[in-house]
Ligand binder design. Structure first.
Ligand SMILES: [Zn+2]
Length: 297
């Protein structure tokens, strides 16, 4: 059987890293005697008691409620949800086609850090709560897999949401097999967005420094200067015309205004087809990608 299908057998204790023993409804650590639950949907909850408390607090905030509302909206079925998605303007985003494809081993253990609200085939999706699409609940700074166990790691728009990105990168390096690849995507010029908290931004130099322990590091633009500008405008209009206003008439007028801006300005994003090629485009990039390899020795 492939490592992907066997991933649950490779879980280890987030506190002492001893391999875990699965039994009905839970996982036990034979070394430190910690016990971990498995949800009714079959998702292991591999959090330390302190992390569990911290994440529960984070998920009580207003921004966390909006985040969960958005995850639900993305996947909701029915004509109302489809109509809503159809009327919503496209995101003012042009993805740079030069970004390398996701590192994904066909039979290997591919780990996605922080991918709630989406399904990426072939990846074990780790996040801080059992949202839709999540296979495993854990702290990205205490990944419950053994050293040299993962073939590939992806983390897309995660590192700005963790308190200590260096600790997460050290964990990625620990769990990757030698020669295994990581693809990380981070914001540079992007507004604050609480998913559920937002701690930092990364310049090209900062990102390279964060992954200094890796080989074959390449950094480039995922979304460029025009995407940055249009995204700031969208957030600006949402500040001027709050889309979550209490008064329902104001709320819907504001939503219509912001949507009108979105539809009218959306074509401008294609300016990035040209701008992303400029050598200095990173100075105003919206998101950067980094592809790197764990050294062989
Ligand atoms: Zn343990």
């Amino acid at each position: 059987m492939s490592a992907f299908r066997n991933w649950r057998e490779q879980l280890c204790c987030p506190q002492c890293r001893c391999p875990l023993a699965e039994h009905e409804g839970g996982l036990d650590c034979p070394q430190c005697r910690s016990r971990y639950e498995i949800t009714a949907a079959g998702v292991p909850l591999l959090l330390t008691p302190a992390d569990r408390q911290r994440f529960a607090q984070l998920l009580e905030t207003a921004s966390a409620a909006r985040m969960q509302e958005e995850y639900a909206r993305r996947t909701r079925a029915g004509w109302r949800a489809r109509l809503w998605r159809g009327l919503s303007p496209p995101l003012p985003v042009y993805h740079n086609p030069a970004e390398p494809p996701l590192p994904r081993h066909p039979d290997g253990l591919n780990l996605w850090l922080g991918g709630a609200g989406r399904e990426t085939p072939g990846f074990v999706n780790l996040d801080l709560a059992p949202f839709a699409g999540v296979h495993l609940v854990a702290h990205a700074g205490r990944i419950p897999f053994a050293e040299n166990s993962c073939d590939a790691v992806a983390c897309d728009a995660l590192l700005e949401h963790v308190e200590d990105p260096a600790a997460v990168v050290a964990e990625i390096r620990r769990v990757l097999k030698p020669g295994g690849h990581v693809l990380a995507v981070v914001p540079f010029c992007h507004p604050w967005h609480g998913y559920p908290a937002d701690y930092q931004r990364f310049s090209r130099d900062g990102l390279e420094r964060l992954f200094a322990g890796f080989d074959s590091v390449s950094v480039g633009i995922r979304t460029g200067p025009t995407t940055a500008l249009l995204t700031f405008f969208t957030y600006y209009w949402k500040l001027v015309f709050p889309v979550h206003a209490r008064n329902p008439v104001r709320r819907w007028v504001n939503r219509a205004l912001v949507a009108a801006w979105g539809w009218l300005s959306a074509p401008l994003r294609y300016l990035d087809v040209w701008l992303n090629r400029r050598p200095d485009a990173h100075t105003l990039a919206n998101h950067l990608y980094l592809l790197a390899r764990k050294p062989e020795k």
